[in-house]
Design a protein around this ligand. Structure first.
Ligand code: PGA
Ligand code: ZN
Length: 423
């Protein structure tokens, strides 16, 4: 009753209007499950590679019809007749079929759409919620949402170098309250921006994206918006940053155009430690560039005792890169994006390695998303204490928050992780 009979893949659109994949698993009983995959804009150079048609006559070369052919032929041949609950075996077959280190033959998008759809279908067969299928009976938390309310960098056409300014609602008692706070702050921020004649149109992840005077000004706005919402920026809601600094690291210098500065690694770390001194910062993601390991060690040694130093482009959800980072003390948290690595099994392996070494895991969306909310269940199923999935507007972002609201409402055994990290 859980045998894979057929696969069906579709070319659909992501939140930026770019094609992506939706893959459906069809079992011998006719039961179906499906998953779609996201796509990044500020991708790290060490990420697994997406496969795209490169046919300039369709979707500017970004079509995924080649991927659909692969799913319908070689992948179907390899996994037809297998038990859908045999995730590890199926993922290892996918990896063997690809056979490359960076998934350049079949594409991480191709592999992931199948891998995630397998897990979803298996949870339907087992008649359990996806997060329970992934985590068994040992699921304990609802994650702190890191809610991106100001967009810059590669996600907006404005002058901010820092890509994401996020709210970290640590002091809430429940996930539900955390989301309400963030929504209220979002609208107070909108009022404040409007009254200063700043644009309130939004960037790729649903946060506001006006031009600012410099990289500090958004922090001032955020503090005001938090206070206007009758919340405390030290205790209730702190601020998280994704600097995404690999994007502006050129010839060993960090080029901060909003401040008209070009900083060597040590000075970049000083710039970030100075921000941390002045503002209630909860976490800093990609404060240094993807191969500036020395900068990471420096930043981590300065701030890791009270700030999460998060590796995104640095680790790219890759076990080997995380292993190196652990050895040399480069960070104390990892951003986990399944499409950076390509299969669910590899994603879970990286999460396990992080946990064994007291590295916090933050499950994350991509800037180009779909309505698929797999990562919400992944965050609960892996006891991750944080999730990063954009603003509280735009349905492809809200679908993850909405799923977590439903999970919280239906499971009294899960507690909101805010109090665990509110130190
Ligand atoms: P991306 O951005 O999906 O465009 O890579 C998200 C991030 O950098 O965290
Ligand atoms: Zn990032």
């Amino acid at each position: 009753m859980s045998i894979i009979e057929n696969l069906k893949a579709y070319e659909i659109l992501d939140s930026r209007g770019v094609p992506t994949l939706l893959t459906e698993i069809i079992l011998d009983t006719g039961i179906k499950g499906c998953a779609s995959v996201p796509s990044g804009a500020s991708t790290g150079i060490h990420e697994a590679l997406e496969l795209r048609d490169k046919d300039k006559k369709r979707y500017n070369g970004k079509g995924v019809l080649t991927n659909i052919d692969i799913i319908n032929s070689s992948i179907l041949d390899a996994i037809q007749g297998l038990d859908v609950r045999d995730q590890k075996n199926i993922d290892s077959i996918l990896l063997k079929l690809d056979g490359t280190k960076n998934k350049s033959k079949l594409g991480s998008n191709t592999l992931l759409s199948v891998s995630l759809a397998i897990a979803k279908t298996a949870s339907i067969i087992d008649d359990v919620e996806l997060y329970q299928y992934l985590g068994g009976i040992n699921t304990n938390f609802l994650p702190i949402p890191l809610v991106n309310v100001i967009n810059g960098g590669a996600h907006a056409y404005n002058n901010l170098d820092i890509q994401e300014y996020m709210l970290a609602p640590l002091g809430a008692k429940t996930f539900n309250e955390a989301i309400r706070w963030c929504s209220e702050i979002f609208f107070n921020l909108k009022e404040l921006l409007k009254s200063n004649n700043y644009s309130t149109s939004v960037g790729d992840e649903g946060g506001f994206a006006p031009n600012f005077k410099n990289n500090y000004e958004p922090l001032e706005f955020l503090i005001k918006a938090i206070k206007k919402s009758k919340l405390n920026p030290e205790k209730d809601v702190k601020i998280s940053l994704d600097v995404a600094s690999s994007e502006f690291y050129k010839q060993n210098k960090y080029l901060l155009s909003a401040s008209n500065k070009s900083l060597v690694s040590d000075k970049m770390v000083d710039f970030l430690t100075d921000i941390e001194k002045k503002y209630p910062i909860f976490s800093i993601e990609d404060g240094c560039a993807e191969d500036d390991w020395k900068g990471w060690i420096n930043l981590n040694s300065k701030l890791s005792h009270h700030v999460y130093i998060v590796g995104d482009d640095l680790f790219v959800t890759n076990k080997n890169r995380l292993e190196k980072g652990i050895k040399i003390n480069a960070a104390n948290a990892i951003l986990v994006k399944p499409n950076q690595i390509g299969t669910l099994t590899e994603t879970l392996d990286t999460i396990s390695l992080a946990k064994e070494n007291n590295i916090e895991t933050i499950i994350s969306h991509r800037s180009g998303e779909t309505e698929d909310n797999f990562i919400a269940d992944l965050s609960v199923g892996t006891n991750s204490k944080m999730i990063k999935t954009g603003s509280v507007t735009r349905s492809e972002r809200c679908s993850k928050y909405n799923r977590l609201l439903v999970i919280e409402r239906n499971n009294n055994n899960l507690t909101y992780a805010g109090h665990l990290l509110n130190v």
